[in-house]
Every structure is written in structure tokens, then in C-alpha cells.
Design a protein around this ligand. Sequence first.
Ligand code: ZN
Ligand code: ZN
Length: 132
Amino acid sequence: MKKDEIIQTTLHAMRQDRSLLPCEDTGDDDWDDHQDLVIATLTERLPDLDFRTCADFGELGVECCHTCHTLYPYYEMYIEDLPDGSKAWICCFIRSALRGEKTLEELEELIELEAALGGGKRNGTADEPGTQ
Ligand SMILES: [Zn+2]
Ligand SMILES: [Zn+2]
């Protein structure tokens, strides 16, 4: 995925879940400001390369970290150097699995914990990114 696509995807995911944004009770003007910050931050952080993303690591069988993807993705998501020399733009769960830092069981516990804390919103509510 190219840098521009990552920026667009990030904005889309955040827009889907605006209840999580720090500017929750403010208006659209603030969302515009926030959007500018996201674009500026990502433009600075990301090299102009083709990235692999979480979706490319489906074979790991790990669910994504909702917090990384929607709360502060422009800060929280990781740029990871892959063994084959390419780069990946991934959340903490996928990164831990890739690095072998956590077992699948440990990751599943984390995912459940996140859902219990309300981060996951997996129980029947709409707007889960990527399910349309
Ligand atoms: Zn992810
Ligand atoms: Zn995370």
C-alpha cells in the first residue's frame, strides 16, 4: 500500500469511529484541524515506499488492535522493517505476532481485554472498518 493510500485509509478508519477522537464533543471544524494533523504527521513519518499492511498478514491468524487503528493511528501504528527488506505499516498485535514476542494465546487475551474495555466494539455495532 502506498503512502497516500495509508493516509486515506487512516482518515477513513478514524472517521468511522469519531467517538474515540479527543475532539469528540466539538464540531466539524475541529475534525478538519485534526485531519490536517493526521496528514501532516503521516507525511512526515512515512517514507515514500510501498508498505505491506495488516491485511497482508492474515495468515498469522491475529486480529488487529482496534486502538492502534482508530484512536491515534498516526502515532500508534508501527513502521516495521521486514526480513525481506520491505516495510510494513502495522498495529501492535500484528507486530508482536510477527516478531514472535507474543503467542497467539497471549494476543487473544489482549484482544479480549481490549474489547472488554470498549475499544473493540465487536459486539454487533456497525462501522467495524473493513467489513462492508
Ligand atoms: Zn492491524
Ligand atoms: Zn495496539
